[in-house]
Design a protein around this ligand. Structure first.
Ligand SMILES: [Fe+2]
Ligand SMILES: [Fe+2]
Length: 404
């Protein structure tokens, strides 16, 4: 489903009096910050949630000013957990607003105080015995601890009036566009982020369970990375997240299996260089090179795949998808033959044997693109893409070797 996407060059009011004031640099790993303006009882109270990393300071400060005007001040910063991408700008804001207070958990404070934050202005989440922060304007914020997701002291914040959940790293993700609102396609980047940063599915299960119990009629999930999830997709992403294997749940692939995959990737690249087009390979390798904002999933050195940061299945899915994206329709059958031939050579059996093959609908479309004309081969390949007749495989290989 397409979501209308707002202009992200300025602040975006994601719910009444709640503004996204983050930055977008289109590097795949984006941080979000949020401003909540409370008005009531003749008072105003300005809360900044997860103020973000230093490189985003100017963008965040100017967006806040856009909302509040030049003479604004901030009253409170809320920190979900201790990571610098969440917290560092608190130091800068506290210089400008010396009375700025900080609410976070005791576990988080034990670490963030080393950034140079003012001890006397810290209030522990544990001090709010009802589990709620009552703002002087009459509004309430519910504290929902999410232990080990990913830090033991992590704590989400739920705005009861606007029904917005500030979830920290949970529901965060890598992105391929600067779009602010999530579509179902966001899942791929969200999955990868959680696989790497979350320690165990148990933590995700508990967090999602507690979110369901303690938020009613949730409208928005506003995470600290990636895209904002609106009402119609909240159940979709919650259901996926609570069953996702992450961190320690992911089995370690043995060294020899990993080596087989790396050798297969490099053999495929060599054959694509020789038989299709060298620029396809250089473009493909470039997509795996990091700009330093997020650990690479496939590490490239000297124009080769050198090591893997994800499971072999995930590496194959990424490799195949990127390869598929860089091929023309005419080149796809040749590449498919190369892939099938090479993975057989390296004793690899995978449910994603062809570039772009994936059970979900979007990927299946790509898979159909990969297949040649002719219904019989298409049907066979979709049902079981590795189950090629020997004759069919021979023909593909003959094509590849120029024997026809
Ligand atoms: Fe984090
Ligand atoms: Fe983060």
């Amino acid at each position: 489903m397409t979501q209308p996407q707002p202009d992200i060059s300025g602040p975006v009011e994601i719910a009444q009096d709640i503004y996204w004031v983050g930055n977008r640099n289109d590097k795949g790993f984006e941080s979000n910050a949020y401003l909540r303006v409370f008005r009531g009882n003749g008072k105003q109270f300005n809360l900044l949630i997860d103020p973000g990393p230093s490189p985003d300071f100017h963008a965040i400060a100017s967006k806040i000013e856009h909302v509040l005007g030049k003479d604004y001040s901030l009253d409170l910063v809320y920190l979900n957990h201790q990571d610098p991408d969440v917290c560092i700008n608190t130091v800068h804001f506290q210089r400008h607003f010396p009375k700025l207070q900080i609410v976070t958990s005791e576990d988080t404070w034990r670490l963030v105080r080393f950034y140079g934050l003012k001890e006397k202005q810290f209030i522990a989440t544990e001090n709010f015995k009802t589990g709620k922060i009552r703002v002087k304007t009459g509004h309430q914020l519910r504290l929902i601890p999410t232990p080990y997701a990913h830090f033991r002291g992590a704590c989400a914040l739920y705005d009861e009036e606007q029904k917005v959940l500030f979830s920290g790293d949970l529901f965060g993700g890598l992105t391929t566009s600067t779009n602010l609102y999530a579509t179902k396609e966001y899942w791929d980047g969200m999955k990868t982020f959680h696989e790497i940063y979350m320690p165990t599915n148990l933590a995700l299960k508990k967090a999602v369970h507690d979110f369901r119990q303690q938020t009613d009629d949730l409208e928005i999930i506003a995470s600290q990375h990636g895209q904002i999830i609106r009402r119609d997709l909240i159940n979709f992403f919650m259901a996926k997240l609570e069953t996702l294997a992450v961190g320690l749940d992911l089995r370690d692939d043995s060294r020899l299996v990993i080596e087989n995959y790396i050798n297969a990737f490099n053999d495929i690249l060599d054959k694509v260089r020789t038989n299709i087009d060298e620029t396809i390979v250089s473009n493909l390798l470039n997509t795996f090179k990091s700009d330093g904002t997020f650990p690479n999933r496939l590490i490239v050195k000297n124009d080769k795949i050198y090591s893997l940061k994800v499971t072999v299945e995930e590496a194959f899915r990424l490799f195949a998808t990127e390869l598929c994206h860089s091929l023309s329709i005419d080149q796809k059958p040749i590449a498919k033959a190369i892939v099938i031939d090479t993975i057989a050579d390296w004793h690899i059996t995978t449910e994603t044997p062809c570039p772009g093959d994936n059970p979900d609908e979007h990927q299946n479309n790509m898979q159909e693109d990969m297949l040649e004309e002719g219904e019989s081969s298409k049907d066979t390949a979709i049902d079981n893409p590795l189950d090629f007749e020997q004759e069919e495989l021979d023909n593909l290989l003959d094509d590849l070797m120029g024997n026809n």
